[in-house]
Design a binder for this molecule. Structure first.
Ligand code: 5GP
Ligand code: MN
Length: 341
């Protein structure tokens, strides 16, 4: 856990001395990134600060209903406006990521900008590309960290309904609705305060989780039935999907979200991988239970990273060769499971 007080003064100074604040989420923005972004936006709005919003690429459907989501400028949709916002900003807040590459096409412009930059994030080992880095991997979500910081700055609890709704989305999506991740008793105290504003959790959960197309559900059935391989001797299971598989089920962005978690519910499986064939590389997602450091595995073999129990990477080869390589390096890492055997 980090000492928030250490950052409060500096952050508070940056907030009060900045006229144009730009809040940026990461590429393929998830619920936590957008939740933290919109929570900050509602906070600035409430205190009369001018804040703009930018995401490197499109939001997925299940986040578009959020209050303020239509104010998020999409860099790849309107690069001119995106560049203008970066130019105009005197403070840029970067949320839920710690490597500049996660800015997608906006990376060059943001990094070159002379404005002050603050990273607020909960991933391990941030790269140094900001004036102030507030990184706390003990938090279940960047949304939780944003709330803690705002509480520290206001020395009271700031709260309103759209702010609470945004934070709630961030917390439930990053913890899989309180199934995994580093949530704590403190998280539940925060959630209690969020619910006290009158936000309707059933409505939010419905909008986030019960929002699938029939094609997506059928793809899930296909993936589990025909594309999952279980390797009990390695406490591992993986799912692979080719471009043709995805095409057959009219795949749209986000459809495979969550697939990687499913094999972990098999008894005796502590590590799960998802291989998705892209145009010129294979995208990998990893999930683990317990001590297996999936992020180390991702960074050692698949140019990736992330959290211990949720990470990802890439490999430039065919789907078949990637899987063969995965099994080879998995064998070399079986000792890492020893603690839980
Ligand atoms: P997901 O499997 O949901 O796409 O990603 C889970 C987590 O793994 C993300 O929050 C991110 O921290 C990390 N991650 C996924 N893909 C990559 C990657 O290609 N590189 C790095 N460094 N981290 C990744
Ligand atoms: Mn997050």
């Amino acid at each position: 856990m980090i000492d928030l007080v250490k950052y409060t003064k500096e952050l508070s100074n940056l907030f009060s001395t900045s006229e144009n604040i730009l809040i940026i989420s990461h590429i393929n923005p998830d619920g936590d990134s957008v939740g933290a972004q919109l929570a900050l936006y509602h906070y600035f709005k409430a205190i009369g600060k001018n804040a703009s919003l930018l995401a490197p690429n499109n939001l997925q459907e299940f986040l578009k209903w959020m209050n303020g989501a239509d104010e998020i400028n999409i860099f790849i949709k309107d690069r001119k406006k995106g560049r203008m916002l970066i130019d105009k900003a005197d403070l840029i807040i970067l949320l839920d990521f710690n490597q500049p590459g996660r800015l997608g096409e906006a990376e060059e412009k943001v990094i070159a900008s002379r404005s002050k930059k603050v990273i607020i994030d909960h991933h391990l080992d941030p790269d140094n590309f900001a004036d102030l880095i507030i990184s706390d991997p003990s938090k279940c979500s960047t949304s939780e960290l944003v709330h803690e910081l705002i509480c520290a700055i206001t020395s009271d609890q700031f709260m309103n309904m759209p702010y609470a709704e945004a934070l709630y989305v961030g917390i439930i999506t990053d913890t899989g609705n309180f199934e995994h991740g580093s949530y704590s008793s403190r998280t539940f105290r925060i959630v209690a305060d969020l619910l006290d504003t009158g936000i309707i959790k059933e409505k939010i959960i419905n909008l986030i989780y019960n929002n699938f197309s029939s094609d997506r559900i059928r793809l899930q059935g296909f993936a589990l039935n025909k594309r999952m391989v279980v390797l009990p001797e390695f406490r591992t299971a993986y799912i692979y999907l080719s471009k043709d598989d995805l095409k057959e089920y009219n795949h749209v962005k986000g459809d495979t979200e969550g697939f990687v978690n499913m094999p972990l519910s098999i008894k005796g499986i502590d590590f799960s991988a998802l291989f998705i064939e892209k145009d010129d590389f294979i995208k990998l997602s990893f999930r683990s239970k317990g001590k297996f450091p999936s992020n180390e595995f991702a960074s050692l073999y698949f140019s990736g990273g992330g959290h211990r129990n949720a990470s990802g990477g890439e490999f430039t080869d065919t789907l078949e060769n990637t899987i063969t390589y995965f099994i080879k390096v998995l064998k070399e890492n079986v000792w890492r499971f020893e603690d839980q055997l």
